[in-house]
Design a protein around this ligand. Structure first.
Ligand SMILES: *Cc1c(COP(=O)(O)O)cnc(C)c1O
Length: 342
């Protein structure tokens, strides 16, 4: 069988043999009774890492974000996020469906928004015609923004704004571990600043499923109720949490390798005749554009013929995501393919 080089997403990873062993050996119990020791350990470890009071295990990042939105809002309220935010674009209208909340979208930079833009977007409290702004959602790294990372100083400014206006502050940190590794930041700094943080185990960390939501005790007592109402209370889910624990111990520092490969891909792309532009690459995502006279679908099918899978994001954007299952052998072959493509 040919070697397929699948660069569509970092969610495509298969559990490694070592991760499978951790899954098979997990001690489990009924997590609805809070008796699954592996889930409890995973939650304890994440809470400790970020210096936050409580962590809660979820099946998906969408559910975790949706619970967070519900925690910080009332029906009719408005949250503020970037126009490309996952919470707005890729959670099936969940903010409206689950919480009766509208999104005030900011035209940010590669999925990132500033304190100044947020302040302008907050509805004036004295104007009873406008929806009540109660929540700011950031994404770090940004997905549609190409794995861009926030400057922590801007996050601090936004925190101050949330204090001044009494707003909740949620971080969709699906790929937060990539940002922490890339910028060598301290998770505890994030724990101090956000009211809630959602972190996916099923992206670059390579677990089959799972997301962690972090917050203080009071908030998370409500989170467990809302997780239940969305159907997210699970039983012997320690088998999956064991994969998350394994990933936390073994797959965080290695994200650096994914980033290095992404930088190398970006550098090669930049030199090619057929490329119009490559967006700045900061972590494991490379977004690039073909020259205007070239057909994206032809490029995709040419790649497919060479056993390479790349994805499109609309508006002429092509996306490559490096990950755990993208080996050095695949990388060497892929760089040659890009260099020789005509
Ligand atoms: C993947 C992702 C999520 C969560 O997605 P699920 O598929 O529901 O786990 C949330 N936010 C961002 C930015 C993501 O990339």
């Amino acid at each position: 069988m040919n070697m397929i080089i699948d660069l569509r997403s970092d969610t495509l990873t298969q559990p490694t043999p070592e991760m499978m062993e951790a899954i098979m050996n997990a001690k489990v119990g009924d997590d609805v009774f809070k008796e699954d020791t592996t889930v409890n350990e995973l939650e304890r470890r994440f809470a400790e890492l970020f210096g936050m009071e409580t962590a809660l295990y979820f099946p998906t990042g969408s559910m975790s974000n949706q619970v967070a939105i519900n925690l910080h809002t009332q029906p009719g309220d408005q949250l503020i996020c970037d126009k490309w935010a996952h919470v707005y674009n890729f959670e099936t209208g969940g903010a409206a469906f689950n919480s009766g909340v509208t999104c005030n979208l900011i035209d940010g930079d590669r999925g990132m928004i500033t304190a100044a833009a947020i302040e302008e977007a907050i509805s004036p409290i004295e104007n009873y015609h406008t929806p009540n702004t109660t929540l700011v959602c950031l994404e770090n790294t940004t997905n549609k923004g190409g794995g861009a990372c926030y400057d922590f100083k801007e996050i601090l400014k936004i925190r101050k704004l949330c204090d001044d206006y009494g707003l909740g502050f949620h971080l969709d940190g699906a790929r937060l571990m990539n940002a922490l590794v890339a910028k060598q930041e301290d998770p505890k700094d994030y724990g101090k600043v956000f009211d809630s943080i959602s972190i996916c185990l099923s992206k670059g960390l390579g677990a089959p499923i799972g997301t962690i939501l972090l917050g203080n005790k009071k908030l998370m007592q409500r989170a467990i109720r809302i997780r239940k109402v969305l159907g997210g209370a699970m039983r012997q889910v320690g088998f999956m949490a064991a994969a998350g624990l394994y990933a936390l111990d073994n797959h965080v520092e290695r994200l650096e390798e994914d980033h290095k490969k992404a930088f190398e891909i970006a550098a090669v792309l930049k030199k090619q005749e057929y490329i119009k532009n490559v967006e700045p690459t900061e972590t494991n995502i490379v977004i690039f554009y073909l020259k205007d006279n070239l057909d994206i679908n032809k490029f995709l099918s040419d790649m497919l013929e060479m056993d390479v899978k790349v994805s499109t994001m609309g508006q002429g954007k092509l996306r490559i995501v490096t990950h755990l299952d993208y080996t050095q052998e695949m990388h060497d072959k892929f760089l040659k393919i890009l260099e020789h493509y005509k």
